[in-house]
Design a protein around this ligand. Structure first.
Ligand SMILES: Nc1nc2c(ncn2[C@@H]2O[C@H](COP(=O)(O)OP(=O)(O)OP(=O)(O)O)[C@@H](O)[C@H]2O)c(=O)[nH]1
Ligand SMILES: [Mg+2]
Ligand SMILES: [Zn+2]
Length: 339
């Protein structure tokens, strides 16, 4: 495919023009390994390394390379590492705060059009966890869509109840249920992936992200499954690195490993977007600085009481807000700009 079909939007093209006179060309990062990455022009993939200068700059700005990045590189020859000289400014960055006392970020992917938050309907189904993933996506300014896997493992009644629960809890986000095993609901999911758009799949380990990519690949055979380890019945194909994969229809999908730890939330924006409907009531609170917990005249608490807002959803909203406030404080103490 051409660079344009590979996601090389005018935004990147304009930046790249400044480097063309140096003999550098534009490539997209399709995988990041320890010490090198894979870059592609949409036709060929090559291993590449970064210049020392770029590495030093990255250390200062925390702008390490990630999958989906557009870079300027030279030496695109067989049998040698290509050299990455510059990274083009991103349209967006999907990132999370890493665990530990020190505040730092792990980049998940860059230049994403839509992020699919993948979650299981079966064991491991956990709405607060799902909301956390949504906040990470919203925080990055990327549109989320929820994909619910393993619907084959639920009875019709269970499925109906669970889907009702999800739509009550996440009224602002489209959600689609399907099964990688039987192919049920898969056609609708398949239509969400459009040519030349970049998608990211994220969600806990074992929910079926890689299986979905496999399912999307083969239109004839929707019954493809990953091999299961006999001893414990767990999938043996746990994803260990992030990779950009081109689907047959030309859609670009970044598969990510399930995150064991989501870390804390680093700002309230993502949370505000996730709980937009709750915050919309804020204007009705008696006090301007209402904490929405045990506060007189709180319109949000009244709505919970009246049953118009899901109680568990409200509780998670309060919990995440507190966490974000604490994280914000620690970011400030460490001199981070709250961007
Ligand atoms: N019953 C059922 N099993 C599924 C479905 N989707 C995936 N699985 C199984 O779930 C296990 C994990 O699937 P993966 O696709 O490897 O999960 P993943 O999200 O990529 O996991 P990580 O790479 O570890 O993040 C495998 O054994 C799959 O066969 C589904 O829709 N129904
Ligand atoms: Mg995987
Ligand atoms: Zn209030």
């Amino acid at each position: 495919m051409t660079l344009k079909e590979f996601g090389f939007a005018p935004w990147f093209q304009e930046q790249a023009e400044a480097f063309v006179s140096k003999g550098w060309n534009a490539y997209r990062i399709t995988a990041v390994h320890k010490g090198w990455c894979d870059i592609s022009d949409g036709e060929e993939t090559r291993p590449a390394k970064t210049t020392g200068k770029l590495r030093r700059e990255a250390r200062n700005t925390n702008a390490y390379l990630t999958v989906g990045d557009w870079v300027m590189a030279t030496n695109f020859v067989e049998g040698d590492f290509a050299m990455i000289h510059a990274v083009l400014e991103r349209q967006n960055t999907l990132r999370r705060k890493t665990a530990g006392k020190e505040v730092s970020y792990q980049l998940i992917a860059a230049n994403i059009d839509t992020a699919f938050v993948v979650h299981t309907l079966d064991k491991g189904y956990n709405l607060p966890k799902l909301e956390r993933y949504l906040s990470i996506v919203n925080e990055s300014g990327i549109t989320p869509i929820v994909l619910l896997t393993k619907k084959d493992l639920l009875s019709a009644k269970e499925l109906k109840e669970r889907l009702a629960e999800v739509s009550a809890r996440l009224p602002n986000v489209p959600a689609y249920a399907f099964s990688n095993l039987t192919g049920s609901g898969l056609k609708t999911v398949q239509k969400l992936f459009k040519k030349s758009k970049t998608y990211c799949l994220l969600g806990p380990s074992g929910v079926g992200k890689t299986s979905l990519i496999n399912s999307l690949f083969d239109e004839e055979d929707l019954y493809f499954t990953l091999p299961v380890r006999e001893s414990d019945g767990k999938g043996i194909h746990t994803t260990t690195w992030r990779e950009l994969i081109e689907l047959e229809n030309g859609a670009l999908v970044i598969d990510t490993p399930g995150m064991r730890e989501l870390g804390h939330l680093d700002s309230s924006t993502g949370i505000n977007d996730t709980f937009e409907d709750i915050l919309a009531l804020e204007g009705g609170c008696r006090f301007r600085d209402c904490a929405h917990t045990k506060t007189k005249g709180c319109a949000i608490e009244a709505a919970v009481e009246a049953g118009t807002i899901d109680k568990a959803r409200y509780e998670n909203f309060i919990r995440m807000r507190k966490e974000a406030a604490t994280a914000k404080q620690s970011l400030r103490e460490q001199g981070w700009k709250n961007k």
